[in-house]
Design a protein around this ligand. Structure first.
Ligand code: BMP
Length: 236
């Protein structure tokens, strides 16, 4: 689904007019932009269907739905959510199964496969104390199970580059090729170039982009940084 890497994924945590304006301004940056991330702020206000429809009128990037956070309920609900998300026209769906356990993770991946959604799994989050209620090896356990389920796309923190390298290493040890989507740059402290050097394939950028005077220029600036970082490292 994502043709080039490294790439940038704008997180559209804004209103629909601003989301469309950003999509419009970056729609020709096919090399730089890997997809657009739609979240709760848009879909709670306008409905997922409407947001997808309006963005698809502006651009043809893959649309990733991050319910901030889905995949946290009983398996049966997660299956229903995947159908609703697919019916709305979404291409890839992010789950954060940290609080829900392995049956929910399995149901999420299975339902995504049934509905032709690309499953993306959050391994660990970017903010301080994000793991306070979790067992120490939660991220590794989620990774192990996801690899068994043949998940290939993960969310892991750009502001903890050592974790990105560790995740890539574990996958490589199991002969699995994975791609990492990394939030946590800009206001959350991570550097996009450092994250890509450490193993990120796509950088998720919210505020640094939508608060910029010219989002398109900001995309180009970040892309210049990350494409330089990637040279010399393995491309999948
Ligand atoms: P910002 O670049 O403004 O910090 O936004 C980051 C985006 O990535 C938000 O949409 C947020 O929900 C998401 N995100 C995150 O910040 N940390 C995570 O661990 C997982 C996320 O999906």
């Amino acid at each position: 689904m994502f043709n080039h890497q490294p790439g940038i994924i704008p997180a559209l945590d804004v209103d629909i007019e601003q989301a469309k304006a950003i999509a419009e301004s970056v729609k020709d940056l096919k090399r730089e932009i890997a997809g657009l991330k739609i979240g709760s702020i848009l879909c709670w206000q306008y409905s997922l269907r409407k947001v997808v429809k309006e963005l698809k009128e502006v651009c043809d990037f893959p649309l990733i739905f991050d319910a901030q956070k889905a995949g946290t309920d009983i398996p049966d609900m997660v299956r229903k959510q995947a159908k609703v998300v697919a019916d709305a026209g979404i291409d890839a769906f992010i789950a954060a199964p940290q609080g829900a356990g392995s049956a929910t993770l399995t149901a999420f991946v299975d339902a995504c496969n049934v509905h032709q959604l690309l499953p993306i799994v959050v391994l660990e989050m970017t903010h301080p104390e994000s793991s306070a209620f979790l067992v120490d090896d939660a991220a590794d356990r989620i990774l192990e199970q996801s690899l068994e389920l043949d998940v290939k796309h993960f969310v892991a923190p750009a502001n903890r580059p050592e974790r990105l390298s560790a995740v890539k290493r574990i996958a490589e040890e199991r002969a699995k090729r994975i791609r990492i989507l990394s939030p946590g740059v800009g206001p959350q402290g991570g550097g996009p170039d450092r994250a890509v050097e450490a193993g990120a394939d796509f950088i998720i950028v919210g505020r640094a982009l939508y608060q910029a005077e010219e989002p398109e220029e900001e995309v180009k600036r970040i892309y210049k940084l990350i494409s330089r970082s990637r040279s010399g490292t393995i491309l999948y």
